[in-house]
Every structure is written in C-alpha cells, then in structure tokens.
Design a protein. Structure first.
Length: 278
C-alpha cells in the first residue's frame, strides 16, 4: 500500500485527477479495447471531477476511449431524481467531458430483478476486460462503496441494506432527512474492487481520520472493510493532512519519507510501478 499525504483537499484532488489522467493517457485504446475506470460518488471526489473536467477543456485528456463503472446506486430512486447517482455523475463529470454515453455503466436500482441486475453488472465488467483503475472514497466507518461493516470480504455486486449511520451521513443530500434516504443500494463488492488492476482511495478531512487509521494501522477486518486494500497489489491512498490526524507519527513519517525519497530520485510520482520502489 502506498499513502500519498498532501497539504489540503485541493492539492489532494489535483493529484488524484492527475493520476487518473495519466492512466487514461497511457492506455493503448482501440475500438474494442477501452480504458475501464471505476468511479465513486459522494463529497470527496467532487474536486477531483472538477479537475478532470478542466483537464478535458485544456485538451489534456479525452474520455472517448474510456468505459466507466460506478460503484453503486440507490434502490428504488428514479434515475432522474436529483440525488440519484445517475444524476450526480452526469452533473459532476459526464456532462463536462466527451465520454460516449454507451460506455457509462451505473447499476440500475429500479431493475425488475435486482439480483439479475447485480449478476449482469459483474458480467459486463468481465466482458470489458476488468477494471483497470477503481477510484473510491472512504466512509466514516471505514466502508468503501456501500460495503458497510460486516460485509463479506469476498462479496460481489449485490443489494445491500444501509445502516442508519450511513443514511444519516447521506441525509445532507436529502434535506437533512435521514428517513428520505433509500434503505437499500446496489453496490459492487469487495472482491469486485480487489479484482481491479489498481485502486485509488481518496480520503479527506479529520472526520475520516479514525477510519483511515483503522484501515491502515490495524489488521484486515470485515468491520472496517476498507482494510481489505492492505491485500491489494497496487493500492494507493491519497489524502490530505487533516485525514492523517489519528495516524501515528511514525506512520506519517514513514510514508512521507518514501515520497521524499522518490522525489529526490527523480521518480515519476504518478507511476503505476510504485511497488517496485515503495
């Protein structure tokens, strides 16, 4: 695991957008071979999406060769609802770049058969060659996507009942009414996430500090599902200083020292081969 610690949310978001852009640029796309990118929703990736849109406007990146797979979607919420993840992604990213709508994949939370929809989502990921880079955020209780505490570490895309804590956390998007937040969602599983070639986890703010400590410094635990990334061959956590508040001083120093050493050696900070030198 690599941890990149940056001074603030803006710098963190710019770094993440640069990392994603480099991956898209480097991938040899063709008509039948697109760069598959897993994407999250929520507050943390907003600035990253703003930077990606800016990079597109600046001519630095194109999404014509990208196929996206979102992590999750609420069950029973119409796609046109202001708080659906279909609406979120269109407003925050897709409408600002040149992605082909046929290459956008978001679970259908209104499917007639939800179990069949989940199986189909997994199948399409495989048919597209698997996820090259999965970007995610971290919940206050250490969850990734809607893989809440207690989720199986071998889970696949499925319907998940949401805890009241998660619904309260998301109530800010529903006029601060937790009861208006859907009780279920379709989410990719932890095994789905682990199948990706790379995972980039975005963590910002002191409210996420305890969760970051639990997934980094403690052992792998299904009650802190993000900890599964300790087992991923290419997992990068990019965070701001505030998010490291609960990490031990030695942990912060260790990961900062690695980044400083790489910089002094002239290494590309966005290289995917970090496991060769970290």
């Amino acid at each position: 695991m690599r941890i990149v610690i940056l001074p603030d949310y803006d710098r963190m978001s710019h770094w993440a957008a640069e990392y994603i852009t480099r991956r898209i640029q480097q991938f040899p796309t063709s008509a039948d071979r697109l760069f598959t990118l897993g994407l999250p929703t929520g507050g943390t990736p907003l600035k990253t999406y703003e930077y990606l849109a800016q990079f597109y406007r600046d001519g630095r990146v194109s999404f014509r060769g990208v196929s996206t797979f979102n992590m999750d979607e609420y069950v029973g919420l119409p796609e046109q609802h202001p708080q659906s993840y279909h609406t979120f992604m269109n407003e925050k990213l897709f409408s600002h770049v040149d992605i082909n709508s046929d290459n956008v994949h978001i679970p259908d939370g209104n499917a007639e058969n939800l179990q069949r929809e989940c199986a189909a989502y997994e199948r399409v990921i495989v048919e597209r060659g698997g996820i090259r880079l999965f970007v995610g955020g971290l919940g206050h209780d250490g969850h990734v996507a809607f893989n809440e505490p207690g989720s199986s570490l071998q889970s696949r895309t499925r319907v998940k009942t949401l805890t009241m804590e998660t619904r309260r956390a998301n109530a800010r998007f529903f006029d601060n009414d937790a009861k208006s937040v859907p009780k279920q969602a379709i989410t990719v599983g932890l095994a789905t996430l682990m199948d990706a070639d790379e995972v980039l986890l975005l963590v910002s703010g002191d409210a996420k500090a305890r969760a970051l400590r639990k997934i980094v410094e403690d052992g792998i635990n299904h009650m802190w599902t993000g900890s599964i990334l300790q087992m991923h061959r290419r997992a990068v956590i990019v965070c701001d200083e505030a998010a490291t508040a609960a990490l031990s001083t030695s942990t912060v120093k260790y990961f900062k020292d690695i980044e400083d050493s790489l910089s002094e050696a002239g290494a590309d900070p966005y290289s995917s081969a970090y496991e060769d030198f970290a």
